[in-house]
Design a protein around this ligand. Structure first.
Ligand code: UDP
Length: 242
């Protein structure tokens, strides 16, 4: 059976250097990397964030209710999902956009079975709308969708090399973890993903790889099983030694 991977991309990455709005070069670069992954017959679902357009915490000063602000964040994630799907089709891939609260015009309504069907038909499945609920993030969405779609691993593409015990920009002695357990991430309260995402992956033993999307061929290398970045697993999971 072909490996199936869930890739989580933050909206910031789609915004390029500034991390805001949409950046054509960033979209094309990501689309070409995803094309290389598909060439290897690896199945892919992608969860995109919305932070390049809207994050509730960036807009707290507006004083609108959290649920309304989160609704805008989820719409932003759907915009990005459609945007990425279009960029994938430009490079010749089959792509399908689905979202929690999809409406058939912007994105199809997501259900796990429709998602699996789209993947099995050879599409890259691009998922927007977050979990469809306020008070969550697209990291948690990534873990949730990885589990729903029976993915082998979640790959979280970031702007940093992986997981450190402190901010490597502020602390030059920051320790880098090539492998770390869910429990250690929780105990140390490391800011790699929100805690709900870590707990959900721990409860379901979902491997999570965190890597720098700006490294050469990062998505392809991570999807091919190369040990780039940091890997989060349980204590007795030895797959990180591969
Ligand atoms: N959001 C939400 N529920 C979800 C996922 C996202 O309410 O299940 C909202 C939330 O306001 C968040 C915004 O959408 O700030 C953008 O998502 P996120 O911050 O995860 O995007 P990223 O930082 O990955 O681009």
């Amino acid at each position: 059976m072909a490996p199936r991977i869930l890739l989580k991309i933050s909206g910031e990455v789609l915004g390029g250097k500034d991390g805001v709005g949409a950046d054509g070069d960033a979209l094309e670069r990501i689309a070409l990397q995803i094309k290389a992954v598909r060439k290897k017959d690896i199945e892919l679902a992608v969860v995109v964030g919305g932070g390049n357009f809207w994050r509730y915490r960036d807009n707290a000063s507006l004083n609108i209710p959290r649920t309304a602000s989160d609704a805008l964040g989820m719409m932003a994630a759907t915009m990005n999902a459609r945007l990425l799907s279009e960029a994938l089709m430009v490079v010749g891939l089959k792509a399908r956009t689905m979202a929690a609260h999809g409406n058939f015009y912007f994105a199809q309504p997501y259900t796990p079975s429709l998602g699996v069907e789209a993947i099995e038909q050879g599409n890259v499945l691009v998922l927007g709308g977050g979990t469809g609920n306020p008070f969550f993030t697209t990291d948690t969405t990534g873990v949730l969708r990885a589990l729903e779609l029976s993915c082998d691993e979640m790959m979280k593409a970031t702007k940093v090399d992986g997981i450190y015990d402190s901010d490597p920009i502020l602390n030059k002695d920051a320790r880098f973890f090539k492998h770390i357990t869910y429990d250690e991430v929780l105990q140390r309260a490391l800011a790699v993903m929100d805690l709900s995402a870590v707990i959900l992956s721990k409860e379901n033993n979902l491997r999570v790889r965190v890597f720098n999307i700006y490294e050469d061929d990062a998505i392809l290398r991570a999807a091919s099983g190369e040990a780039i970045g940091s890997l989060i697993t349980s204590n007795n999971d030895t797959r990180h030694t591969r």
